[in-house]
Design a protein around this ligand. Structure first.
Ligand SMILES: [Zn+2]
Length: 201
């Protein structure tokens, strides 16, 4: 029979270990690099006369506004309808220490019935942030939760900081496309991503 002090010491050790690991994995970032997908000659998905590149920029600017209000440094990979290569987008993020990279997109599928949001990541920190986003985004937008997926997309592979790519809704679904084009949808998407970033932090 072990003495109670033995168990006490084990408990103390476990407590100390949990405290230390929670500190070491705390996601401290000072800069959010916001990447509005596509732009210029690359319009992205094009459905019902609406360009994905335009929707991406609207959500990106909404997110930028929220973060700035909170005093967090933001960097936009583009602020207008211009083409920027995938490598350049990642390079922007790689110029900053303690950054996180959030790429904003809208989705499309041959199956026009599909709707919802999904978030891609590559690294482990990206997975945590992607989870925080997906826990909020589809519920607030009142659409389907298509989950998080590990995928080797160029902007995720070439960024050294935690990085995610958020697909905010399906433009190929006519009902969802109509919703995506509204200010409410774009502001709600940006708000959910902002709250996820704050929770991740
Ligand atoms: Zn896209």
């Amino acid at each position: 029979m072990k003495s109670p002090s033995f168990f006490l010491r084990i408990l103390l050790f476990v407590g100390l270990w949990l405290t230390l690991t929670s500190f070491s994995t705390a996601a401290r970032f000072s800069t959010v690099v916001i990447d509005a997908g596509h732009g210029g000659k690359d319009k992205g998905a094009l459905w019902g006369g609406i360009r994905e590149s335009t929707l991406n920029l609207k959500v990106a600017k909404e997110l930028e506004g929220r973060l700035k209000k909170r005093g967090i440094r933001t960097v936009m990979t583009r602020r207008s309808d211009v083409f920027i290569s995938l490598r350049s987008r990642a390079n922007v993020a790689n110029r900053y220490r303690d950054a996180v990279f959030v790429s904003i997109h809208f989705n499309a599928s041959h199956n026009r019935g599909i709707k919802g949001t999904e978030t891609y990541y590559w690294g482990n920190q990206g997975r945590i942030l992607a989870g925080a986003i997906q826990r909020r985004l589809p519920a607030r937008l009142k659409t389907s939760n298509r989950g998080i997926h590990r995928r080797g997309l160029a902007v995720l592979l070439h960024t050294r900081c935690p990085a995610v790519l958020v697909e905010c809704g399906f433009m190929s679904n006519s009902r969802e496309r109509g919703r995506c084009a509204t200010a409410w949808y774009q502001q709600t998407a940006a708000g959910a991503i902002y709250d996820a970033l704050m929770a991740y932090r």
